[in-house]
Design a protein around this ligand. Structure first.
Ligand code: SAM
Length: 273
């Protein structure tokens, strides 16, 4: 467990993931009925973009930092309001907490002990949020279905090795067996189109009947940047009605700011609206 999200927080992949997260939560808020959010790989919650890790990689400057002049509506406006121009960039659990209503709740799971301590501090005093220092994959099945019978499961693993694809698809399979109507937001890196497509296939085999894929690709890498991730994807299982269209419109505004050659694609894997 060497991965530390502090090096990557606020980068292009976080921007797209957190925009989708906000979009889904705004949909869940449209009904009064309570919902639960389960964040299986929550991270530390708040990231200092002026800190050593963020400055060393420059990833946040090339991610959220590039959206300085952007104006938006709906989920984009909400995301920018939460994430832009702050010293502490909010990770997924803090973004979720900002959008919970009194009747909603968050369970945030983080395996790394130091990150979990920081996450507990970041969420201290938020009564609807509970932090568990645990393996998110193992805990997920026990937490499903949530008593609210509505909600979102975010699975955002570190992908330190390729075995993570199978683990993520396996978690979805187990999750869908217990909570078939839940919304699942899965993040994955795109290092090769074939690997990403294979993962999309695994998601369908795991039982997803309705699934939306959202890719962001920065285009050609600069010389010497071979190691840096330049494309990432999300799969939303059981996406709320209208999310596909919203993400298409918002990413059309966001992608060109992230890089000159950036391309965003939103497509249905199954169950088109
Ligand atoms: N979801 C966070 C966000 O959007 O702000 C970022 C999460 S980061 C990509 C992945 C996190 O998962 C790291 O903090 C890492 O320590 C943690 N992690 C790694 N393996 C885990 C596991 N099996 N269960 C829970 N957390 C794990």
């Amino acid at each position: 467990m060497n991965y530390r999200h502090a090096f990557h927080a606020g980068n292009f992949a976080d921007v797209v993931k957190h925009l989708a997260l906000v979009g889904i939560l705004l949909h869940l808020r449209r009904k009064d009925a309570p919902f639960a959010v389960i964040d299986t790989h929550a991270g530390r919650g708040a990231y200092d973009l002026a800190g050593e890790e963020a400055v060393r990689t420059g990833e946040a400057a090339n991610g959220i930092g590039r959206l300085a002049g952007l104006e938006g509506e709906g989920a984009l406006a909400a995301y920018l309001g939460l994430a832009r121009g702050r010293d502490l960039y909010p990770g997924s659990p803090l973004i979720a907490c900002a959008l919970l209503r009194p009747q909603d709740r968050l369970v945030a799971i983080e395996k790394h002990p130091e990150e979990a301590v920081r996450l507990k501090a970041a969420l201290a005093g938020i009564g609807q949020a509970r932090v568990e220092e645990a393996d998110g994959y193992r805990r997920l099945a026990a937490l499903l279905p949530p008593r609210e019978r509505r909600g979102l499961v975010l699975i955002d693993p570190p992908f330190e090795d390729a075995a993570e694809f199978a683990a993520e698809a396996g978690a979805l399979r187990a999750g869908l067996k217990r909570f078939a109507t839940g919304i699942y937001l899965l993040w994955f890196p795109i290092k090769s189109p074939a690997e990403a497509n294979a993962f999309a296939g695994e998601v369908l085999q795991a039982g997803a009947k309705k699934a939306l894929r959202i890719d962001i690709d920065l285009g050609a890498k600069a010389p010497g940047e071979k190691e840096r991730l330049a494309a990432a994807g999300l799969i939303v299982v059981n996406p709320p009605f209208g999310l596909a269209q919203e993400m298409r419109a918002q990413l059309a505004a966001v992608a060109p700011l992230l890089s000159d050659g950036a391309r965003a694609e939103v497509r249905w894997l199954a169950g088109e609206e």
